[in-house]
Design a protein around this ligand. Structure first.
Ligand code: NAP
Length: 260
């Protein structure tokens, strides 16, 4: 269920200053593009691949962004996160909205064949993303407000054998995001959790589309609507909220028999 916040940062500051952590992400770029339509003019894209960041930057400029800068960081190199994010904040002057869009899907299936690769998924999606979330939260608490959009997943809500490690990785991040939102709310900082279902991006390329599959642009529109409403949780598509409400009620023995 979506929880609403009483009065925290949504889409309100003009012009908005936006940081995308995982700046080459298709969903992250689509959300930033949607925010350009809402008045965002200055954007910092943070990530590990300069060429990919530059392509996202070009897309955002064509959508109307006046200034797009890049900051290099790798999710797995947590020791560099604080400095990288601080330099992003200095470039922007302040961060109104940060979008945390880093993630990898990894091998599908229950017990992985390649356990080191599975650990890498956890290092990126949980440990790395948690480090970036906490460092961003600290910066925003210092500035006195701001909103962090965390790309979680419907996978966080109900673990499935078909996607065991990814589900676990997103559940950890999702729990941290919710708890930090509760913790930071009095300081004016909010953490909004976005839980998309299957989104047609390079992450899911070649996979059969799940029911209610959607596009990065649709997730972006839903996310910005959530920012306007100051929602705590956004499902994309919105119907997933009700589907997951029903799924949560199912006993594991029954869920196990449903198609992956
Ligand atoms: N697509 C879906 O169906 C779906 C559904 C639910 C949730 N999500 C979540 O939504 C977010 C965005 O996904 P997307 O669909 O937009 O996929 P995407 O285009 O593949 O984006 C993934 C992002 O993660 C970055 N990344 C991966 N490993 C990294 C590392 N070690 N250090 C720094 N950056 C790293 C990628 O950077 P590079 O360009 O350098 O690889 C890219 O920017 C992810 O958190 C994903 O888990 C996706």
């Amino acid at each position: 269920m979506s929880r609403r916040r009483p009065a925290a940062a949504g889409v309100r500051q003009q012009p908005l200053r936006v940081l995308v952590i995982g700046g080459s992400s298709e969903i992250g770029t689509a959300i930033a593009a949607e925010l350009v339509g809402e008045g965002a003019r200055e954007i910092v894209l943070a990530g590990r691949d300069a060429a990919a960041l530059s392509r996202s930057g070009a897309t955002l400029r064509t959508r109307g962004a006046e200034r797009v800068e890049t900051v290099m960081l790798d999710a797995t190199r947590t020791f560099g996160h604080g400095a990288a994010l601080r330099s992003a904040a200095e470039m922007l002057g302040r961060i109104d909205i940060a979008i945390l869009a880093i993630g990898v899907l990894g091998e599908r299936g229950g017990l992985p064949d390649d356990i080191p690769a599975a650990i890498e998924v956890l290092r990126v999606n949980t440990v790395g993303a948690a480090s970036l979330l906490m460092e961003t939260a600290r910066l925003m608490r210092e500035q006195g407000d701001g909103t962090i959009v965390v790309l979680s997943s419907v996978a966080a809500e109900r673990p499935r054998a078909s996607n065991a490690v990814y589900c676990a990785s997103k559940a950890g991040l999702d729990a941290l995001a919710q708890a930090l939102d509760d913790e930071l709310s009095p300081s004016g900082v909010s953490v909004m959790v976005v839980r998309p279902g299957f989104v047609r991006t390079r992450m899911t390329e070649g996979l059969p589309a799940a029911p209610l599959a959607t596009s990065a642009e649709a997730v972006a529109r839903q996310t910005v609507r959530g920012l306007h409403r100051r929602s705590r949780t956004v499902w994309a598509p919105g119907t997933l909220r009700w589907v997951m409400l029903a799924v949560r009620m199912l006993p594991r023995a029954l869920l196990r028999r449903l198609p992956a």
